[in-house]
Design a protein around this ligand. Structure first.
Ligand code: SAM
Length: 200
């Protein structure tokens, strides 16, 4: 169906367009909240079998859904470049920590059509985002979509904004997108690490 608003349909469309601008062939990227796999799929499609994509989710159901979606949509090369982990993003798999990441993404909240009581939690989200920021390449970014329309999401939103405000503008560029004319609009937060030697 044709949208009434042609620039982008949602904060996720907007996020995807930033990921496409940032990622380069051979990059390393991580989806820290796989859910039903749509964002992991997008990362794998953008890298198209080059580099590596890691996907993490706390729930087996989410990892199973992600695996099924990737199998249905990706070429063998792209599929083989993705590794999935059923675990909390409070820490990252050891193999991930050895690679400089261009992009780490979070789509916070609960599994759509799943158990709404299993949701990302503010303290763990903050811990994980800080960890991800440490693992970024210069010029790399953390992309976070956040949903203040449910109670834990509202806490995450405030805590993440506080974290972002505390970051030195010499070292980090932070941008928040929100639909100003919508109540409890989802947010897109982009946190980019400075690149001291940008390519011309
Ligand atoms: C909104 S969904 C993600 C949607 C997904 N990106 C997609 O494209 O379908 C949020 C996911 O975060 C997961 N989650 C919650 N707490 C987590 C944690 N501590 N570590 C990893 N995943 C977590 C949930 O299980 C849920 O699947």
């Amino acid at each position: 169906m044709k949208s009434r608003f042609s620039l982008f349909q949602s904060h996720l469309d907007l996020a995807h367009s930033y990921w496409a601008r940032l990622l380069q062939p051979g990059d390393y990227a991580m989806d820290a909240t796989c859910g039903n796999g749509h964002d992991t799929l997008k990362l794998a499609q953008l890298l198209n079998g080059t580099g590596r994509v890691w996907g993490i989710d706390l729930q087996k159901e989410a990892i199973d859904n992600t695996r099924a979606l990737l199998k249905a949509q990706l070429t063998d090369a792209a599929l083989n470049s993705v590794s999935l982990f059923e675990q909390s993003h409070a820490t990252f798999p050891e193999s991930v920590s050895r690679y400089p990441l261009r992009l780490v993404i979070y789509n916070l909240g609960y599994l759509p059509k799943g158990d709404k009581t299993v949701t990302t939690m503010t303290a763990i989200t903050l811990q994980s985002v800080r960890l991800a920021m440490d693992l970024l390449l210069p010029g790399g970014a953390v992309s976070i979509t956040c949903y203040p329309g449910h109670p834990e999401g509202a806490c995450e939103d405030l805590a993440l904004q506080e974290l972002c405000r505390s970051l030195s503008p010499a070292l980090w560029s932070v941008c928040m997108h929100t639909f100003t004319n919508r109540v409890a609009s989802p947010r897109l937060l982009l946190i980019q690490k400075a690149d001291p030697a940008p390519q011309m």
